[in-house]
Design a protein around this ligand. Structure first.
Ligand SMILES: [Zn+2]
Length: 449
């Protein structure tokens, strides 16, 4: 790009869906015009413009960038009297908004009813939020309120015929996003640096948790890569996060991996780095990983009884109400109140293992002795009941009645006999090559001299 361009002031104007770039430089006023209404065949003009050379090589890149930053929005065109935006001010109510957008007084109640129909009360209107309004012949005929990246409430009608509302869902385009990072202080910190959403981190931890204890096994310098699906609107906004497609973790040179595959009957399964499909063991953490504020174990001074006592469990500090999951499939053998454990649930997982969950604020509805529970199913919520000095979950794991540390336990899972499909094997090969390349280029970690 010619350097002199940057000396000129560039103006960007959106007019009726046409994005116009002009400069302050004499003789070169029009640089480019992009027709955003037909984004797939955007036009790029510019006679004698410094952008001329871009027409062939870079127009596509330019086009994509501009579309992402400039959502198609006829309502932002101030020259159009019939379509405009209304910004919600502090303390607004539906009826005050109706007044501001010059809605017909006789239809105020009808409009308000249509507005709240989708569970969105006036109280949830936020200061600064933008409503799109369209009028025809002086009457409000449409109001749009975006509730998420992919969802808009549309209220439409006429004062004489009444108003109705519906939810409009944007067409979402699945895009694979690849994110990787190097552990610096913790997994969550490193994932934050790579802008990985918490829901993806939690899934990642659950996928590897059977084999890895994230608070103990990870060290600075270890690396990870996650490929997951993002569902984006046509404007490029992320509306939804899909499943992890594949992920890998390199701990002191050893690669662990998972690759998602959907079987012919629709069952979702994850193969490991050896192309095996292990039977499901236990989840490492009974609350989602990103909800744990600290993890601490071992014998300690019990803060309520003021006596040192064996502490058969791990305490997870997490806010009251945080969902608690059964770490494995099993049968409930106790669900109720005990003086020291408060609201507690005990689950038998086959003949050998038992887990227990204490101090719950509540036990899941309908859960009682004899109930079957799935791995990952919510059994209650973190609380502060029984002998507890603050909101936390006490979680214990027992092997034939003997306590074992759930943060260290390696409960063998059966590798199984199902062979990974060729696509999974190919994905694993690619991951291995990539990991080797990263390992080669990484600076030496520790001198062995
Ligand atoms: Zn405890």
């Amino acid at each position: 790009m010619p350097k002199h361009l940057w000396a000129a002031r560039v103006s960007i104007v959106l007019l009726g869906g046409i994005l116009i770039l002009t400069t302050s430089r004499p003789g070169q006023r029009l640089i480019a015009a992009l027709d955003l209404r037909h984004a797939s065949r955007a036009l790029l003009y510019g006679s004698g413009s410094p952008f001329e050379g871009l027409r062939d090589s870079s127009s596509e890149a330019l086009q994509t960038d501009l579309i992402i930053q400039t959502p198609l929005n006829p309502f932002s065109d101030p020259s159009n009297d019939d379509a405009y935006t209304h910004t919600v001010s502090r303390g607004s109510t539906i009826s005050s908004i109706w007044g501001s957008i010059k809605g017909a007084p006789k239809a105020a109640a009808d409009f308000a009813q249509a507005f709240v129909k989708h569970g969105k009360s006036a109280g949830q209107l936020k200061e600064g939020e933008v409503l799109e309004v369209r009028r025809k012949d002086g009457e409000v005929v449409e109001v749009r309120r975006q509730i998420s990246a992919g969802e808009t409430i549309v209220i439409e009608g006429h004062p004489d015929e009444g108003y109705s509302s519906r939810i409009e869902r944007a067409r979402l385009i699945p895009v694979d996003r690849k994110a990787s990072g190097t552990i610096t202080s913790s997994l969550v910190a490193s994932a934050n640096d790579s802008a990985i959403p918490y829901a993806v981190i939690d899934d990642f931890v659950d996928l590897f948790g059977e084999r890895i204890e994230f608070n103990k096994d990870l060290q600075p310098g270890d690396t990870f890569t996650i490929v997951y699906e993002e569902r984006r609107t046509e404007g490029g906004e992320v509306a939804d996060i899909g499943p992890i497609k594949s992920a890998s973790l390199r701990i002191r040179g050893t690669m662990f991996a998972v690759v998602r595959d959907v079987a012919k009957d629709g069952t979702v399964r994850y193969f490991n780095e050896k192309g095996q499909l292990p039977t499901k063991g236990f989840l490492r953490y009974p609350v989602k990983y990103t909800r744990i504020s600290s993890v601490f174990a071992n014998a300690r001074f019990h803060p309520v009884l003021k006596v040192k006592r064996p502490h058969h469990g791990v305490d997870f500090s997490a806010p009251i109400g945080t969902p608690v999951r059964s770490v494995g499939e099993g049968t409930v053998v106790f669900a109720g109140y005990s003086a020291s454990g408060g609201n507690m649930v005990r689950i038998a997982h086959g003949a050998r293992y038992t887990t227990e969950y204490m101090h719950l604020s509540k036990i899941a509805k309908g859960l009682r002795k004899g109930s079957h529970i799935d791995r990952g199913a919510v059994l209650g919520a973190v609380g502060n009941t029984g002998l507890s000095s603050g909101p936390h979950l006490h979680y214990g794991l027992f092997d034939k009645g003997r306590y074992i540390d759930p943060m260290r336990a390696k409960i063998a899972s059966d590798p199984g006999n199902i062979k990974a499909p060729p696509a999974v094997m190919a994905a694993l090969d690619a991951m291995r090559r990539e990991h080797d390349a990263v390992a080669m280029s990484a600076p030496a970690r520790k001198s062995r001299a």
